[in-house]
Ligand binder design. Structure first.
Ligand code: NAD
Ligand code: AKB
Length: 318
């Protein structure tokens, strides 16, 4: 049985990944670690340690205390917050990753590290963005993601650390709100559509970006970690996507469920510039070929599920 540490376990992905891993491995085998406590409804789900990934001592104590053999390293600063606090983004994303990889090397842990569409930049092909291509991102978040991908490759090649990962697109979910990224509109829009019947979007209506529903994102993390090593040609930073959509596409699909839904646009130049520098649609054929990646949700099924799940919950709170 695996002994797992999820860093960033109070975040958008971490809360739900921890819950899924507990279902698979048992609550005593999955430890959450984060600077902040999890949302109330996640508080009782397995051990939680308040830890700072930039502090190697904190990290080592937790790894030793629970005899951890696998780390899902999700603690990070995302794109919009990163642009406001670039020094913090570098510190958390790079020092945190370095600490995790060093401890994985000395304690023999396997590691999952998510990269992002942010690892690409304006010179990268926007359509069918290849697995292996030019990566010159223009956000500090993207810079840390490319450097992180390279560091992971290095630790595998140089020290044999079993570190794997995917390049996630924007993740849409309904448990924990996103932590300050450029794709957050695709979550906020559902909450506002249900609560108020209208939403003001910070990206232009025709901004195409890759997106994915949370169940597929969780499945990708588990599946890549379980893939037979000898089948992997790449190992780290696999492109994965489920849909390429614009705010206008999402608004139109929401209108099929909430007919009077209205969307307005007040563009935030900083987040628009970041979105414009990212791919419109990635080619994820390497992940499909090498470890059988296949998303289950598209725009239609994700929208229906988001509205069905969120509506009773938000109505109850109002
Ligand atoms: P999030 O912002 O929701 O959660 C990150 C968590 O890390 C937060 O709970 C925060 O408190 C914690 N954290 C920050 N600094 C820390 C520190 N020094 N020590 C310990 N914990 C710290 O992010 P998320 O959306 O869950 O993203 C998880 C990972 O997935 C990140 O690496 C992110 O880059 C990547 N990713 C996310 C998306 C997405 O759309 N959510 C897309 C692509 C990649
Ligand atoms: C962000 O917008 O910063 C994240 C991501 C795509 O990495 N959601």
């Amino acid at each position: 049985m695996k002994r797992i540490l999820v860093t960033g376990s109070s975040g958008q992905i971490g809360t739900e990944l921890k819950r899924l891993l507990i279902k698979r491995c048992g609550s005593e085998n999955v430890v959450g670690g984060d600077l902040k406590a999890p949302p109330d409804e996640f508080m009782r789900e397995g051990p939680f340690e308040r830890l700072d990934v930039t502090c190697v001592k904190d990290m080592e104590q937790v790894i030793q205390k629970y005899r951890i053999d696998t780390v899902f390293h999700l603690a990070a600063i995302l794109s919009a917050v990163g642009e406001r606090k670039p020094q913090l983004a570098w510190k958390v994303n790079m020092d945190g990753l370095f600490n995790v990889l060093e401890l994985a090397r000395s304690h023999g842990c396997a590691v999952f590290v998510p990269s992002s569409i942010a690892a690409f930049g304006p010179e990268t092909p926007k359509l069918d963005t290849p697995q292996d291509t030019l990566q010159r991102p223009t956000s500090i978040y993207g810079v840390t993601k490319v450097a992180g991908e390279l560091l992971c490759d290095y630790y595998h090649e140089r020290f044999g650390v079993d570190v794997r990962g995917v390049r996630y697109p924007g993740i849409v979910s309904n448990e924990t709100l996103p932590g300050g990224g450029t794709t957050d509109y695709a979550v906020e829009i559902f909450y506002e559509a249900i609560r108020k019947g209208r939403y003001t979007c910070f990206l232009k209506p025709d901004t195409a970006l890759d997106m994915m529903y949370m169940p597929d994102a969780l499945n990708a993390a588990v599946k890549i970690m379980e893939a037979p090593s000898d089948k992997l040609i790449h190992r780290n930073a696999f492109n994965v996507t489920a849909m390429s959509i614009t705010p206008a596409d999402l608004a139109q699909e929401i209108r099929r469920h909430i007919p009077g839904f209205e969307i307005q646009y007040e563009v935030d130049p900083m987040r628009q510039a970041i979105a414009d520098s990212w791919p419109d649609r990635m080619d994820d054929s390497a992940a499909r070929r090498e470890w059988g990646w296949a998303p289950e949700f598209d725009l239609e099924t994700m929208t229906a599920d988001m509205i069905q799940t969120l509506t009773p919950r938000l109505k109850l709170k109002s």
